[in-house]
Design a protein around this ligand. Sequence first.
Ligand SMILES: [Zn+2]
Length: 386
Amino acid sequence: MKSLESPSPIAALAGRFGRRATLLACGWALASCLVSGPALTPEATSAPRIAAERTRGQPIVVLLALDGVRWQEVFGGVDRALARRFRLKPSEVVGATELMPSTHALLQRSGAAIGAPEVGEEMVASGPNFVSLPGYLELFRGRRDSRCTDNACPPVAERTVVDEISALSQGFATEVAVISSWPGVLRAAARHPERIVASTGRTGGPTRHYLRRDPISAAVLSAGEASSSYPGHGDYRPDPYTAALALRFLETEHPRLLFIGLGDTDAYAHKGLYREYLRALGRADAMIGDLDRALERLRTQGHRATLLVTTDHGRGRRFAGHGAIAPESARIWLLAAGSGIRARGLVAAPELRRLSDVAPTVRRLLAVPPPEHPTHAAGQPLVELF
Ligand SMILES: [Zn+2]
């Protein structure tokens, strides 16, 4: 799947997915379907204008998680030792700015990043097992908790930052969304997923049908449901569908909080496919460029709009795996850009930073007060970003 490209990546993607979805739905009557299919252009709906009126001046935070992406590639580019092991061509061994051009352009222009090597203290997932569900639980709850140690933990039983932000709206909050490739994310994101817009995996999320109100999102959602789960398995939805849905949601709904979970990087890494991991990272970088442009448009409409990008865990020295057996896979990173963020490039964290610090940082950006009774092992806002 090609990367998302400007100027109208959503229209291009939705056009492609939309046509495929139409073909799938129409069976043999192709000609009539192609003629009578929905007009899949952004102009097909007045939703963006309505959202602009409804949400004027409201702060917006987009939190993007790139599953299992190592700090080594984010800050150092293609790993030379892995490039030899996986027989990459010399032309494929590029530095960080070439591997992730949009991310590094954003970082140099208006961003700040924590977790770069030799720059301040490290940022980590607290574990003790450095796998996805414990990582996302720490991220959404904003506190460390060693009780969840694998991806089979029960759904979160306490209020997360997503629940807190959705509680600002009455009833069903269309201003908060969780859109992810890996379905398991929903078990960590919210105690009340029925009160937010959620599309996790190909068919997960109790409220995913809300997205069908918009013809472009409906087409992408259907194409995602009909797609193969590769490079994941089970109900996993490949990243291009997740990315297109999330971008469209941002542009049409102007949500207060949008969590986007991309997972192709981790899925390819588990298969030991370093080249494919790098390509998935390249597509994630293109998504960061698209989000940057979308948030800039929202700022011109009067929003304070901020992008946070992080990961749920790193990877072991052998690359394919991660977890308690590889303590080095605890190490993560975070990039921030936009309203409220001081453009400082690589930032030295004054003390050890954790995934649990992300939720307090989101609260600060959205001007939501912290919980009245801070719990044990609660995170702290990443003040070095402000
Ligand atoms: Zn993994």
